[in-house]
Design a protein around this ligand. Structure first.
Ligand SMILES: [Mg+2]
Length: 184
């Protein structure tokens, strides 16, 4: 079985200008695809889990989010990067759903859909919600300082919370994973 990495989307694999509403606004960080390709070649598989409350706020149309998801999936495929799926929460925080991170429903759904165990997986994200979801799941947590990451780092420090690694960019996180994880 491959190792699974849950990836947050905004602020982690792409810049987060807030509520990206069309595929023309979507772009990966320049290092995202090369970094993920290296991990994919080493046997990692990816699942994107993203909060998209812009849907319920009326700021993003579902058809446009589907186009963005297609673009991400196609780009991963063209680059030979193993993406198992993109899971998104469409709800507003006030709706108190079970899928908006830090809630963990989407992680369990992905594990069920793709028949993998959650223990031993990783999450990489820039928000405290990503880290809290990872903590609830008991998986390894990696904070990236892009997006909201620097703010999150301060909050984590204040709380005395522990994360397995903090990297300046996804590229740094890749280097950490390559040096700390042995894949058969
Ligand atoms: Mg994020």
């Amino acid at each position: 079985m491959s190792d699974i990495i849950f990836l947050d989307r905004d602020g982690t694999i792409n810049p987060d200008p807030g509520y990206i509403s069309s595929v023309s606004q979507y772009q990966f960080f320049r290092y995202t695809l090369p970094a993920l390709k290296i991990l994919s070649d080493r046997g990692f598989q990816f699942v994107i889990v993203t909060n998209q409350s812009g849907l319920s706020r009326g700021l993003i149309d579902k058809i446009n989010l589907m186009e963005i998801n297609d673009y991400i999936a196609q780009t991963f495929r063209e680059n030979g990067i193993e993406l198992l799926g993109i899971y998104y929460c469409p709800h507003h925080p006030d709706e108190k759903c079970n899928c908006r991170k830090p809630k963990t429903q989407l992680f369990h759904q992905a594990a069920n859909d793709h028949q993998f165990n959650l223990p031993g997986t990783y999450i990489i994200g820039d928000s405290y919600k990503d880290i809290k979801a990872g903590k609830s799941l008991g998986i390894k947590t990696i904070l990236v300082r892009t997006g909201n990451g620097k703010k999150t780092e301060k909050e984590i420090e204040k709380d005395g919370e522990f994360v397995d690694f903090i990297g300046d960019t996804l590229e740094d996180c890749t280097k950490y994973l390559l040096s700390h994880v042995k894949i058969q």
